[in-house]
Ligand binder design. Structure first.
Ligand SMILES: CC(C)(COP(=O)(O)OP(=O)(O)OC[C@H]1O[C@@H](n2cnc3c(N)ncnc32)[C@H](O)[C@@H]1OP(=O)(O)O)[C@@H](O)C(=O)NCCC(=O)NCCS
Length: 220
């Protein structure tokens, strides 16, 4: 598998509260990603024109602190965008751009890559522009991506890794409902050191159960 240039990561815990609304979902994702619409953000395929905004957002020192280094230039980010499309066509990986409602600029990404043939087990990652932290956009987009992973990609186990020092990354995964299974000792090369990472997982059956409980609460 071609190496993933970098991988922001994600987070979980219970309040599966509001059900996201997704639209235009297609199973033909290898030829193009669907547009997924939440209550705060839309997720869509990245475009070459996203490179300057995403480069600026993900290069910020605080955003990049616990993720693999993003491309060092806008041109490099453009090449990363092209790479994501080749990987999607090959059926190995998908990457969504996050666009807040009412805006036209992408402010972050969610990516999912297959760890086994046909996405049986997959790993996801994410990063949002600093100004969008704590706004609810993460949870809104994360629910759309996790639904997409289980319902469309056919994932049954979704993994995420977060440096233990990454309080927001771990907090977000916990909030989403992921289970922390392990600590991967000194598994993440970062700033000349190796950091411990938490391994967070969401199983398809757990996600569906939580969603149906949530839906029944909304109905009753
Ligand atoms: C990870 C990221 C997408 C999460 O988005 P976010 O908007 O910051 O997430 P949220 O605010 O919805 O949730 C973070 C939770 O962690 C909590 N948190 C913050 N600092 C924390 C800490 N030190 N320890 C534990 N929890 C912490 C927050 O309070 C929040 O929970 P709350 O809503 O119940 O208060 C965003 O922070 C980001 O882009 N970070 C940089 C890239 C990155 O690290 N990616 C993930 C790698 S695992």
């Amino acid at each position: 598998m071609e190496k993933m240039p970098y991988q922001p990561q994600l987070e979980p815990t219970p309040p599966f509260a509001a059900l996201p609304t997704s639209s235009t979902v297609t199973n033909d994702w290898r030829t193009g990603l669907p547009v997924l619409v939440g209550s705060l953000v839309t997720l869509r395929e990245m475009r070459a024109s996203d490179a300057p905004a995403l480069f600026a957002a993900l290069s910020h020192e605080q955003v990049a602190r616990f993720i693999s280094p993003p491309p060092a230039t806008v041109d490099g980010f453009g090449r990363f965008i092209n790479w994501t499309m080749r990987q999607r066509q090959a059926g190995e990986y998908v990457c969504f751009a996050v666009v807040p409602h009412g805006a036209d600029r992408a402010i972050g990404i969610f990516q999912v890559r297959s760890l086994q043939p046909a996405f049986g087990t997959a790993e996801w990652g994410f990063a949002l522009a600093l100004e969008c932290w704590g706004t609810g956009m993460f949870m809104d987009g994360a629910r759309l991506v996790v639904d997409f992973a289980f319902e469309v990609l056919g994932v049954h186990r979704l993994e995420a890794r977060a440096a233990l020092k990454n309080g927001r990354g771990n907090g977000a995964l916990q909030k989403l409902g992921a289970a922390q299974e392990a600590v991967l000792r000194r598994s993440f090369a970062c700033g000349g050191d190796y950091l411990d990472q938490a391994l967070w997982t969401i199983l398809e059956e757990d996600w569906r159960r939580a969603r149906s409980v949530c839906a029944s609460h909304l109905i009753h």
